[in-house]
Design a protein around this ligand. Structure first.
Ligand code: ADP
Length: 241
């Protein structure tokens, strides 16, 4: 579903956010991108969403090389991808229903069809009875679920989320992840940037760890090798004493 080949992203100020990054995510996978602040997680998601373009290398999403997506085609390209942000990006002067309907209205979907899709999306995140409420009357977990409903209302095959639980407490975070998991179970591919390692470990999903714009080198976690190394070092030290 996603393939990056030697992707470098250099911003005009010279800052390199990604450095020759290669990775792939299979169709139907649920994968987390982890790493410290500044590791390049958001930049990776922005390249996939075509909010940014790579300086060099290829970004291939669902068989389409993003280089070949002209500026005019970007809106259509983006409609295939659901996006969830940490800060919800909701319209606070509009009720929940309108917020979720927005991508459909932009895409020119008819009123009746849109209503059906919005209700299905709200049902999936457990907010069907709140469609007339305004976002500020909802809890932050509920607001995030509105953001998720909006992201999946067009039934995308791919959902990308940038720190979707960044502002939520552990219980609400788990609830959001359970919603993601349910989408994944029906075939949606998910790529989620998060630094909540404890939560990710709980879910047992694959992790792509970024460090300074590249894949983090896996630490040698072989306990036997570590033990042998320590034993030999100690023996060597004893010989000299
Ligand atoms: P993360 O999401 O892991 O915190 P980012 O992808 O946001 O990391 O940022 C990676 C690096 O690129 C950081 O050093 C950041 O300051 C830099 N960066 C991100 N966006 C821009 C930009 N528009 N202009 C210049 N530098 C940027």
């Amino acid at each position: 579903m996603i393939r990056l080949e030697g992707v470098t992203k250099r911003f005009p100020n010279g800052q390199e956010a990604l450095k020759g990054l290669s990775l792939s995510v299979d169709d139907g996978e649920m994968v987390f991108v982890t790493g410290h602040s500044g590791a390049g997680k958001s930049t990776l998601l922005k390249l996939i969403a075509l909010i940014e373009r790579p300086t060099s290398g290829q970004v291939i999403v669902d068989g389409q090389n993003t280089r070949r997506v002209s500026r005019r085609k970007v809106p259509a390209y983006r409609r295939q991808i659901g996006m969830v942000f940490q800060d919800h990006k909701l319209l606070y002067d509009r009720p929940v229903f309108d917020n979720v309907a927005l991508p459909l209205i932009i895409a020119g979907v008819g009123h009746r069809d849109a209503s059906r899709k919005v209700r299905a999306a709200l049902d999936q995140v457990g907010l069907l009875r709140k469609e007339r409420q305004f976002p500020e009357t909802l809890s932050s977990g509920e607001q995030q679920r509105v953001g998720i409903a909006r992201a999946i209302v067009s039934r995308p095959k791919l959902l990308i989320a940038d720190e979707p639980t960044g502002n939520l407490d552990p219980d609400l975070s788990l609830e959001v992840m359970r919603i993601f998991r349910r989408f994944n179970e029906v075939g949606v591919t998910l790529l989620i940037a998060s630094h909540d390692i404890a939560l990710i470990d709980q879910l047992g999903c694959r992790r792509i760890a970024l460090e300074d714009g590249t894949l983090q080198q896996q630490a040698d976690e072989d306990p036997v090798a570590e033990y042998v190394e320590r034993y030999e070092a100690e023996r060597e030290r004893d010989q000299w004493q």
